[in-house]
Structures are given as structure tokens and as C-alpha cells.
Design a protein around this ligand. Structure first.
Ligand code: HEM
Ligand code: MTE
Ligand code: MO
Length: 901
């Protein structure tokens, strides 16, 4: 390492990104030229603040006003989503793909806006689509105060404005997931990757929640206040609760807000009405507010229980799946924020020139800090030697300027009356001039804040399954590159690569060793990384080959398809014929990284087969290059909807119940003439995302619509497995059942090893075969793939293939598609024999009774006959498929004549 003599170094510290070297809410010349004539300015005090309502005319204000937001429009990427009515700023970093909208601003941009954040850059956390509310309907928006109150009421926003006193004050909202990316690098949590910009501050105007609740008069025994939004999500409307105690405490400052920075709420921030809770995690501040419910118990809303919690650290994502009592334990629910801080400058990858720096040259380290529950940040400390020595930073609290507002002051129609309130509701800014020579000699900069209860940020991370409330010392690594210093933050948000954590982990460092993954002098190499091997091993240890993107791409076709899972390369050639998912799904994966999909679809058994196909490891650059976001191929004019390699979106347009537990879901394709593109007998993959964790839920379905002739729409018949007291229910079917009409799902295909070509010809694993008779055995919704084949056979009058259908169900109304089946059988009596058997038949039932058992199959099917060209198609619940398999074996059937869907 080359060390420059300090005398050769000059005074210029010029950080590359980011302008001035001042606290953000100071009169630094950061005003953007595009701003309208200064009506509102981030740097407040020196500007005259006039606002939209004349009553607020003031010559000058002692506190900052928000910068003027820049005009925004609906972005092209949102057009195909349910949020196609929401204008947004393109600078925001999307953390969960295109939709739903979860974003943070680049950290420097957020800091540069100053104390108050515009709606352009305010972070957004949406669990689902944004409810659409027209301007004309805003005043008629209704919401309730109900539950354990003497006087339940339904109010409109008009009533709220007319009958209650309005207040305006600044509040910092912080998502509990702020800084979660750092947790995800240590070990993947069930949450997406926030950087350190998952927080924002705005001036909120509204009515104290306590005033509303006081008028409704809580009854004895009331202890909680639940909130519910208008956004319908996979697990119901978004909702949560806080303590009644807090809700009515003026010191807590809970607002029912309708203005942000003086403007009506932006759709992403709750238009037209929301709760805003200072000092608590953003998750409790319910947007699109419809109901306020006073209760004796905490909310039982799914999002209250399964989101915004810090479970004990030893609970793994896998174990958490069936610990309902742990989830429901109120002691693990997060309310008040914990104390946290992060430096914004030096920024990630910023370079500081050493050329011309002298002994006197300093550079500013500056950032934000906040505490929860109204507490004040009372000190911020910086260390350059891993915590042995600390230096105090200077802190500014722009929030305190609002306490100086003269009596009777109003802003945006609300009273500015904070002089009496001791609580701190906002972030503060800190900075420290550090000699460049000290930075040059240090390996890193670390920051910690303390609050007025003397709680200080911990050195070590408390990892938990949702990755929330992450607040260890924020560490920036300093790289001395000779002529300059380069700064490296721990991570970058979303899937953006970069940061020392990822680098250290990849180099085999143990990030949880209490020393940021670095080896302490004299310490032996740590043996294992922090992540215990829990997963099925899918690789072969002796395979060491490194493969480049170029080589992988040579195998992106149907012969010798290679694909990538978890960074490893597999050759699927040998398994094309035997693959239960069909050759097409492996060919469709050729040349791609299919980790998410592969892991979502396959059983442990399938994963255990993988070492046989392992051929190498993709090199690092190639892996990053492959990881480019999946292209949403523009499909508006494509003649065929389904594509084997790319997910295509279709909007849910209707749900229709066809039995007590089954529904037909209709999806609209891109245009009326578009074909589904699914050969008879094949399936499609349907993908939804868990609204909280963003984990993909992927299942194979056979649509009801004829995949070869249907145009413009797609009907999928699905049996719903709801959650019960002792079973978690079906992940996919519940998610599908609860997505609102207007929401989309992703489709891909076709998949499957079987195809019915017509005239008795079919292919199994790519091999042609002639069938004279199909024996079709199914149960429940297993009828759907069977139905496709049966319909194709029966609709072709020249097809002489015959079909024997054995459909087992519990009660008559469980028989799906019964009318259509009966009609087909009646019209083709000579070729089609249809038998239903009910295990719990009603009195009126004249058909077969009992489970489909050996006696039934012996009587109706019997042993295989030589030269008969029979093929048995079986589709039903796993237990049924297993028993049918055994019975047919016993009757002498060979596996190649039995086909399980
Ligand atoms: C050589 C590597 C592979 C092996 C050993 C393998 C193994 C299996 C097995 C055993 C099943 C039956 C279900 C289960 O046990 O989970 C299956 C189903 C399936 N596989 Fe693969 N597979 C491979 C590659 C792939 C790839 C690359 C894809 C596409 C990303 C894929 C997509 C599917 C699909 C769509 C199904 C059907 C799922 C369903 O019908 O629910 N497979 N695979
Ligand atoms: N109705 C509703 N309210 C909601 C959410 C939501 O998805 N739906 N997300 C919550 C979460 S987790 C956070 S952090 C804040 C984010 O508020 P913002 O998007 O206005 O920044 O809203 C909260 N309120
Ligand atoms: Mo959040």
C-alpha cells in the first residue's frame, strides 16, 4: 500500500456523489433549478413560507418547510399493474420487482432533500395494489369508529375536516425493515432487502386520534385500537392495532391524517386518509383508513400477527412456518422504534482524494439518527478503531424549531402547537469533521447513537426471521487506494450488488464472529460459516469446474440444456425423458438461472436427485450478469399467451364459486384474439407472490378452457384448501382465493410429459404411442387434466378412442364439472363410460357408493389385456394416487402404462 506523506496532500476533499458539506436543513445552495418559485423550501427559516390556505400567511417561519415536489407521472412499468393510476418518481429504488410498490430513495438523495422529504422520495411500503380513489370522491370517503364504544359512528372525511380541530407537525416514519439487507446477507430472512433509506419525514396534517375516540367513548375493558385499510390483500384487508392508552395520549401524537407536506395524500401514502403514529414503526400507520375498532384484545388481522415482529433469534424461517403461538405472542410485536443511525456521507463507493490533503484537511462524516417512542437521540459517536475510542458528533434537531412557532400559528389548516410537547417524533442529523489523515490510517468508520434512556445501539446484529429492527453499529469500510480513499457501505438495497458484507461473506468470512467477519490477529480460520447446512445437498463435491456465461449460453437450446440453480450449473439432458415435469420445462430453463422457480416447485426428493446432474459452478461475473431482472416481454401483440421461458401476466377478472370449496378464476389475456397456447394434456405454471415475504408460490394447473382453442381469456378451476385449526391450508389456493379482481398472476408453460395429439395418438416423455382406450382415474380437482383429454377425445367424432372415467368424491356437490361430463358421456355413449363414486353419498344418490377401492377397479378395469393399447391416467390427492398405484400393480399393470399427473 502506498502511503502519501501528508505534506503532499491538499485541502480539497471533494466527495464524488453529493454536493455540499453542510447539515441538510441548512441554507446550503441545493435548490434545484427546476423548482417553482420558492413557495416551500427544504431550508425553511430563511424563506418566506406561504402555503395553500391564506390563513397561514406568515412573514417568516422559525422552522423548515418542505421542498417543492417535482411533477410526476404514471411510469411505463406500472401500466400493466393494478397501480396503473399512480404517478411516481423514477428515482425510487424498487425493492420487490415492479409490483407491489416497495421503494426507498438513494440514500444520498434522501439526505440531500433535508429534514422534510417530498412525496417524490418518501419511502413507500405497499403490501398490495393501491386502492383507487377519485379526487371527486375524497370528501365522501367514509370510515368508522366502532367496537367497544358507547357511540359508534361512521364519518366522512368532510365531517372530519368540519367537526374537529386540525393539527400539523413533522413525523418521521420508519419501516421496521429499515436496514434489513444487512440481515439478509448474514442469513436470508423472510423479508425483502431494505437499505438504510427506509424512512422519511413529512409534515402531517390531521386530527388527533384521541379526539375521535373520546367522542366515541370507550367502554370499560377496552384496551386496544385496531385499524383496517381498504387494500384487500391475499390474507384479507391490511390491519393492525396499538394500545388504547397510546391512541388517546397527546404526548404520543397519533394523527388521523389527510395531508402530507400541505398536499392531499398521494395514493401511495394512503389517499385520502391514514393513521400516522410518531415514534412507532411505519407498519402501525394504516393507510387508506376504513375502520377504527376499539377492542379488548390486540388485532387478530393476519398482518398484525405475521408481520412486524421480532421473533427470538433461534427461530429459523423453516421452523417459523408452524409456530402459530409464537407468532401470536404479543411480546414479540414491534411498536416503538429502536434507536438507530446511519451515515449518508461518505456515500457508498465515494472517493476522497488524498492528493493535496494536508495535516489540517478534514472530511465530514454525516448522517441521520432516530429513537422510538418519543425519545430523543442524546448522542452520536464515531469510532475509527472498531470501538476502542469514540468521538462525539454534533447533532442538530430541526424538529425543535417547530417548538418555537408563535402561539396560534397554523400551517396547512392545522395548528402548529408543539411547544408543550417534550417528545421527539423525528430524525435528527449529526456530523463530524474527521482529519483525512485519521481516515487514511483507519480501516473503517462506525457510528452508534444513544437515546435519553441511555440505550445505545449494539455492536452485534440481532438476527431474526423477519429481519426487522436491525440497528447494530453502521460500518463503512475504508479502502486506501493510494491516491484516494474509497468508502464501502455494508450493503446496497434490493438485489443491487456491492458492500463489504457480501464481499466478506463470499470470501468465506463469518459475519457473525463479532468482528464483522474479519479474522482477528492470531485467530484460526473459522470452520463453518454462520449458516448451518439445513438444505438438501444438490451438488457433487468432486465437481469443481468453473463455467462462464458464454459456455452456459451455448447450452440454451433443446439438446443438452444446461441451467443454473443456486449458482451451480446442471445438465438436464439425461433427464429430459424421465422428468415428471416434462422435457419442456427443463428445455425452458436452458441457459437461465431458475433458482427461485426450481426451489419453489421441487420436493426434497427431487432436490436429492440433483448431484447426478451437477456439472460445474457459474463464475461470479456470469452469475451477476444472469441475475439481471427478468424481462417482462411485451406481449400486447403476441398471438400466443403462454411462453416456456418467460412469465406472462394476466389480470384476474372474475371468481365464480362452483361448489362449496371450488372456484373458477378467469384471467384476461393481453388481447381478445390471443390463444392460450396449451397442448391437450399439458399444464401451465401459475405464480403468485407471498405479499409479505415476496417468496414465489408456484403450482402447476390445468385450465378448464381448451388450451388449444380458447382465445382472450383463461379459466382455471381451483379447489381451495382453507386454513383450519390443525392445518395451515394450501398456500397457493389461499393466496389465489384472496387476490382481488384486477390483480394479476404470472403464467408460464406448457409443462408436463404427456400430450394428447388426437386420433388416439399421444406422446409420453417425447415418445409417440397409440392408445385405444384411456382409463381415467381421478378425485376432486384431479378432474381438470383428465377433463382436457376427455374433451379432446369426445369432441373429435373421427376419434375412435374410448374412455372409462372413474371419478371419486366425498359428496355429490364435490363432483366438479359434473354437468359437462354427463353431457359428454350422454352424447358419446358408445365410447365413453362415466362412473362416479361417493364416499359420503346422500339419500338421493343412486350411483356407486364408497371409496374407489380394489373391488371397484377389479370389477371395472381388471388386469391388463395383451395388445389392448390401454393407458391409465391418474390424477388426485397424493394419498389417492398412491393407493391407486398399489392396486393397479397388484392387478398386474406395468408402470409404463400408468401415468400420474
Ligand atoms: C435434472 C434436473 C431435474 C430433476 C432431477 C427434476 C426432478 C423433478 C421431480 C422428481 C419432479 C416431480 C415432483 C417432485 O418430486 O418435486 C419434478 C417436477 C417438475 N419439475 Fe423438475 N427436475 C429437474 C429440472 C427441472 C427444471 C430445470 C425445471 C424448470 C425450472 C423443472 C420443472 C419442473 C416442473 C414444472 C415440474 C412439475 C411440477 C408439478 O406438476 O407440480 N424441473 N421435477
Ligand atoms: N393499508 C395499509 N397500510 C399500511 C401498509 C399497507 O400495506 N397497507 N403498509 C404499512 C407499512 S409496513 C409501512 S412501513 C407504512 C409505510 O407508509 P408509506 O408507504 O406512506 O411510507 O405503511 C403501513 N401502512
Ligand atoms: Mo413497514
Amino acid at each position: 500500500m502506498e502511503v502519501l506523506p501528508l505534506s503532499q496532500v491538499g485541502t480539497e476533499t471533494s466527495p464524488t456523489p453529493g454536493p455540499g458539506i453542510e447539515f441538510p436543513p441548512s441554507p446550503a445552495p441545493t435548490a434545484k433549478p427546476s423548482r417553482a418559485p420558492s413557495v416551500r423550501s427544504s431550508h425553511g427559516s430563511e424563506h418566506s413560507g406561504s402555503s395553500d390556505d391564506g390563513a397561514d400567511q406568515q412573514p417568516s417561519r422559525p422552522y423548515p418547510l418542505p421542498p417543492v415536489p417535482q411533477p410526476i407521472q404514471v411510469l411505463p412499468e406500472d401500466l400493466k399493474t393494478p397501480d396503473n393510476h399512480v404517478p411516481r418518481d423514477s428515482r425510487l429504488i424498487r425493492l420487490t420487482g415492479v409490483h407491489p410498490f416497495n421503494v426507498e430513495a438513494p440514500l444520498s438523495d434522501l439526505y440531500d432533500e433535508g429534514f422534510l422529504t417530498t412525496e417524490n422520495l418518501h419511502y413507500v411500503r405497499n403490501h398490495g395494489p393501491v386502492p383507487r380513489v377519485e379526487d371527486a370522491d375524497v370528501l365522501d370517503w367514509t370510515f368508522t369508529v366502532e367496537g367497544m364504544v358507547e357511540m359508534p359512528v361512521t364519518l366522512t372525511l368532510r365531517d372530519l375536516l368540519r367537526d374537529y380541530e386540525q393539527q400539523t407537525y413533522p413525523i418521521t416514519l420508519v419501516c421496521a425493515g429499515n436496514r434489513r439487507k444487512e440481515q439478509n446477507v448474514v442469513r436470508k430472512t423472510k423479508g425483502f432487502s431494505w437499505g438504510a433509506a427506509g424512512l422519511s419525514t413529512a409534515l402531517w396534517t390531521g386530527v388527533p386520534l384521541g379526539d375521535l375516540i373520546a367522542r366515541a367513548m370507550p367502554k370499560r375493558g377496552a384496551r386496544y385500537v385496531c385499524f383496517e385499510g381498504a387494500d384487500k390483500l391475499p390474507n384479507g384487508y391490511y390491519g393492525t392495532s396499538i394500545k388504547l392508552n397510546w391512541a388517546i395520549d397527546p404526548n404520543r401524537g397519533v394523527l388521523v391524517a389527510h395531508k402530507m407536506n400541505g398536499d392531499a395524500l398521494h395514493p401511495d401514502h394512503g389517499k385520502p386518509l391514514r393513521i400516522v403514529i410518531p415514534g412507532q414503526i411505519g407498519g402501525r400507520s394504516v393507510k387508506w383508513l376504513k375502520r377504527i375498532i376499539v377492542t379488548s384484545e390486540p388485532s387478530d388481522n393476519w398482518y398484525h400477527i405475521y408481520d412486524n415482529r421480532v421473533l427470538p433469534t433461534m427461530i429459523t424461517p423453516e421452523a417459523s412456518a408452524d409456530l402459530p403461538e409464537t407468532w401470536a405472542d404479543e411480546r414479540y410485536a414491534i411498536y416503538d422504534l429502536n434507536t438507530n443511525s446511519a451515515p449518508c456521507y461518505p456515500a457508498h463507493d465515494e472517493r476522497l482524494s488524498l492528493v493535496n490533503a494536508t495535516v489540517e484537511t478534514t472530511s465530514k462524516v454525516r448522517g441521520y439518527a432516530y429513537a422510538g417512542g418519543g425519545k430523543r437521540v442524546t448522542r452520536v459517536e464515531i469510532t475509527l478503531d472498531k470501538g476502542k475510542n469514540w468521538t462525539l458528533a454534533d447533532i442538530r434537531y430541526p424538529e425543535d424549531d417547530y417548538r418555537l412557532a408563535p402561539e396560534g400559528e397554523t400551517l396547512y389548516g392545522g395548528k402548529v402547537d408543539l411547544s408543550w410537547r417534550e417528545a421527539c417524533f423525528c430524525w435528527c442529523f449529526w456530523e463530524l469533521d474527521v482529519p483525512v489523515s485519521d481516515l487514511r490510517d483507519a480501516g473503517d468508520i462506525m457510528v452508534r447513537a444513544m437515546d435519553d434512556s441511555m440505550m445505545v445501539q449494539p455492536r452485534d446484529m440481532y438476527w431474526s426471521v423477519l429481519g426487522m429492527m436491525n440497528n447494530p453499529w453502521y460500518r463503512i469500510v475504508i479502502h486506501n487506494e493510494g491516491h484516494n480513499l474509497r468508502f464501502e457501505h455494508p450493503t446496497q438495497p434490493a438485489l443491487i450488488p456491492g458492500g463489504w458484507m457480501e464481499r466478506v461473506k463470499k470470501a468465506g468470512g463469518n459475519l457473525s464472529n463479532g468482528f464483522w467477519g474479519e479474522k482477528m490477529s492470531g485467530e484460526e480460520e473459522t470452520e463453518t460459516a454462520e449458516e448451518p447446512a439445513r438444505e438438501i445437498c444438490m451438488t457433487k463435491p468432486e465437481v469443481k469446474k468453473s463455467i462462464a456465461l458464454e459456455e452456459l449460453k451455448k447450452h440454451d437450446g433443446e439438446d443438452e440444456p444446461w441451467f443454473v440453480v443456486n449458482g451451480h450449473v446442471y445438465d438436464g439432458t439425461k433427464f429430459l425423458e424421465g422428468h415428471p415435469g416434462g422435457a419442456a420445462s427443463i428445455v425452458g430453463a436452458a441457459g437461465q438461472d431458475v433458482t427461485e422457480e426450481f426451489m419453489a416447485i421441487h420436493s426434497e426428493n427431487a432436490k436429492a436427485m440433483m448431484p447426478d446432474y451437477h456439472i460445474g459452478t457459474l463464475d461470479k461475473e456470469s452469475l451477476t450478469a444472469l441475475a439481471e431482472p427478468e424481462s417482462e416481454s411485451s406481449s400486447a401483440t403476441r398471438p400466443v399467451f403462454l411462453q416456456p421461458r418467460v412469465w406472462s401476466k394476466a389480470i384476474l377478472t372474475a371468481k365464480r364459486a362452483v361448489s362449496s370449496n371450488s372456484k373458477i378464476f378467469t384471467f384476461r389475456l393481453d388481447h381478445a384474439a390471443q390463444a392460450v397456447g396449451l397442448p391437450v394434456g399439458q399444464h401451465l405454471m401459475l405464480r403468485l407472490r407471498d405479499p409479505v415475504t415476496r417468496e414465489a408460490i408456484i403450482r402447476a394447473y390445468t385450465p378448464l378452457s381448451d388450451g388449444t382453442t380458447a382465445r382472450g381469456a383463461l379459466d382455471v378451476l381451483v379447489k381451495i384448501y382453507p386454513k383450519t385449526a390443525d392445518a395451515p391450508g394450501g398456500k397457493m389456493t389461499q393466496a389465489l382465493d384472496s387476490i382481488p379482481v384486477g390483480h394479476f398472476a404470472d403464467f408460464k408453460g406448457p409443462v408436463g410429459k404427456f400430450e394428447y395429439v388426437g386420433g388416439g395418438r399421444c406422446t409420453v416423455g417425447g415418445k409417440e404411442r397409440l392408445v385405444r382406450r384411456f382409463v381415467m382415474v381421478c378425485g376432486g380437482s384431479g378432474i381438470t387434466p383428465i377433463f382436457q383429454v376427455l374433451r379432446a377425445v369426445m369432441n373429435d367424432k373421427d376419434d375412435s378412442t374410448s374412455c372409462l372415467v372413474l371419478d371419486g368424491n366425498r359428496v355429490e356437490e364435490d363432483i366438479l364439472c359434473k354437468e359437462e361430463l354427463d353431457e359428454m358421456a350422454a352424447a358419446n355413449a358408445e365410447r365413453c363410460r362415466l362412473l362416479y363414486s361417493l364416499s359420503k353419498p346422500g339419500d338421493q344418490w343412486t350411483g356407486l357408493k364408497g371409496r374407489m377401492d380394489k373391488a371397484l377397479f377389479e370389477r371395472e378395469v381388471g388386469s391388463p389385456r395383451d395388445g389392448a393399447a390401454d393407458l391409465v391416467l391418474i390424477c388426485g390427492p397424493p394419498a389417492m394416487e398412491k393407493s391407486v398405484h398399489e392396486i393397479f400393480h397388484d392387478m398386474g399393470w406395468r408402470d409404463e402404462d400408468l401415468l400420474f399427473f
